[in-house]
Write a protein that binds this ligand. Structure first.
Ligand code: KIV
Ligand code: NA
Length: 263
């Protein structure tokens, strides 16, 4: 199989083939996902919760993400590797660049930041310096203290309009992809149609260009509360590889996410 690239992901959106993405934090899981045909592997700052046992993503450092990125990159041959910029690592565009370089040098092919139109200058600064950027909109977990919990976003007409104008501003600044978390399925569809770049959804409905789930969620080992958008893909399977293949198949044929996973 050929390596997944930024242009090949864009081509998938254009021909309507669903993109599959999962999170991983080490080489063995990355290699298994790669073998199962997962197109993108995210080293999420979710590692703060699922690996480190914190109750938010806020304690995660750039060195933590760089370490796990290097582990994943060693295990992935064809999947596209992308890493989260953790809380506090992109407060200025210069900080963002310096920290993103650490992730790219550890093996990331794209970095992800949380935020709306106010991040446009940072997106442009990184993109012009050869670092592709994905922007995370909707339920952005680093904003947990502002949101007052992990809540569905974009439910009001005003909130939905704001997200659309943010998406366009970020695209104009050079963003390569959008991550949409916990928003109404109808808004996920509208945003996907509005922008040229591929969208990856988690609790954003079936009409995004692709889907993502956290490793510990889809194999049902996370001890905490399960979000509505999570499906336990171990059900009916006898191996983690089987669950991963079931996830890929369900995203590709559009049966995941189902209405019960959507807002
Ligand atoms: O940190 C993470 O795992 C993420 C995904 C849920 C998109 O940002
Ligand atoms: Na994240």
């Amino acid at each position: 199989t050929k390596a997944v690239t930024v242009p090949s992901l864009l081509a998938m959106k254009e021909r309507g083939e669903k993109i599959t993405m999962l999170t991983a934090y080490d080489a063995s899981f990355a290699s298994m996902m790669d073998t199962c045909g997962v197109e993108m592997i995210l080293i999420g700052d979710s590692l703060g919760m699922v690996c480190q046992g914190h109750n938010s993503t806020l304690p995660v450092t750039i060195d933590d993400v760089a370490y796990h990125t290097a582990c994943v990159a060693r295990g992935s041959k064809t999947a596209f590797v992308m890493s989260d910029m953790p809380f506090g690592s992109y407060a200025t565009k210069e900080d963002a660049f310096k920290n993103a370089v650490k992730l790219v040098q550890a093996g990331a092919q794209m970095v992800k930041i949380e935020g709306g139109a106010w991040m446009a200058d940072t997106v442009r600064f990184l993109t012009e310096r050869a670092i592709p950027v994905m922007v995370h909109l909707g339920l952005t977990p680093q904003f947990v203290h502002q949101f007052g919990g992990y809540k569905v976003q974009g439910k009001t007409a005003e909130g939905a309009e704001q997200m659309k104008s943010d998406a366009l501003a970020l695209q104009a600044a050079g963003a390569a992809m959008l991550l949409l978390e916990a928003i109404p399925a109808s808004l996920g569809k509208e945003l996907t149609e509005l922008v040229d770049m591929p969208t990856i959804g988690i609790g954003a409905g079936p009409d995004c260009s692709g889907q993502v789930l956290v490793l510990h969620d889809y194999i049902n080992v996370f001890p905490g509360k399960k979000a509505r958008f999570v499906r336990n893909f171990m059900e009916g399977q006898t191996s983690i590889e089987g669950a991963t293949r079931a996830y890929v198949a369900a995203v590709k044929d559009g049966s995941f996410p189902a209405p019960e996973h959507c807002f």
